[in-house]
Ligand binder design. Structure first.
Ligand code: SF4
Length: 294
């Protein structure tokens, strides 16, 4: 029987959804809001928010907006951006995800502890990711950022080390990194207490992979909707394809193929972390219309 199901776990994560809702509430009130950086990387969703009055600015643009309301997105900002906004007399609408706020505080605490014992705070993350830039700020710009397992050798294990991760990194890779550092420590006869590891990967992100695999197993055909340049979409589509070879990656409802509507298959529609549910519903409606024309 032909059936279309939109993945109930798809759509932006709690932190991004919360930021969008905060922006919508503010825009309904005042028709104007400035946000430091894009709330999410989805052109159509951004166009919708821009049409409501949202303007994206860079931190350097804050100074020219005295007295305005400025939003900080879910990724968070370093302390210097808060200072800049206060200095400009701007009103801050802080949409930093509560999970990221906790991590910022933990980075601060870890860095201060390491400073006292001549140790290092290491962040496993992408150096140019806004969340990592914010975290670095909470370590006075002095934490070391490790981008991948192959950089494990760059950590100075002769000094105390505290390891934390960007919330959206891959859990398996984080575990492999920890294993590799521990292995190095053992081979250099360094006491295990020299390394402290915090599990700071967002539970929502790691749970998504398992949920996505279950969803893909339950359907004959998968339509994955997400930006072709997004690394998150590439990773999640890879997960879909691993479980269900009949998975197809599109960016827009206009890319839906009529042959997908021709079979009596159970079709699952899912997407990347930046693809809003309303776009997935548009894909479902497009497929349903094609079915009716067969
Ligand atoms: S911490 Fe989790 S919920 Fe918060 S913004 Fe990051 S991925 Fe989303």
């Amino acid at each position: 029987m032909f059936r279309i199901v939109v993945d109930p776990d798809a759509g932006p994560c709690m932190g991004v959804k919360r930021a969008i809702e905060m922006a919508e509430t503010e825009l309904a009130r005042s028709n104007q809001l400035y946000c430091v950086g894009e709330i999410l990387h989805n052109t159509r969703e951004m166009d919708r928010l821009v049409s409501l009055g949202l303007q994206t600015i860079t931190p350097s643009g804050i100074g020219s907006l005295p007295g305005e309301r400025i939003m900080f997105r879910s990724h968070g900002e370093p302390p210097e951006t808060y200072q800049k906004a206060r200095h400009a007399g701007a009103e801050i609408l802080d949409a930093t995800c509560p999970v990221v706020t906790q991590l910022q505080l933990l980075v601060r605490k870890s860095w201060l502890e390491m400073k006292k014992v001549n140790g290092t705070a290491v962040i496993f993350g992408k150096p140019d990711h806004p969340e990592v830039i914010s975290l670095l700020g909470f370590a006075d710009g002095k934490a070391q950022v490790i981008n991948g397992i192959n950089e494990a050798g760059l950590i100075d294990i002769n000094r105390p080390v505290v390891l934390l991760s960007q919330t959206t990194m891959n859990r398996k890779e984080y575990h492999s990194l920890v294993k590799k550092i521990r292995h190095r420590m053992i081979s250099c006869s360094i006491h295990a207490d020299n390394l402290r590891v915090h599990d700071t990967i967002c539970k929502k992100v790691s749970a998504r992979e398992k949920g996505l695999k279950d969803f893909c197993r339950k359907h004959d055909l998968i339509i994955f909707v997400g930006g072709k340049h997004s690394s998150n979409s590439r990773y999640l589509f890879g997960t879909c394809h691993q479980v269900n070879r009949n998975s197809h990656w599109i960016e827009e409802p206009g890319e839906v193929e009529s042959s997908w509507a021709a079979n009596n298959s159970k079709t699952g529609i899912t997407g990347g972390n930046s693809t809003p549910i309303w776009i997935l519903n548009e894909v479902a409606a497009t497929l349903q219309n094609m079915r009716q024309c067969i």
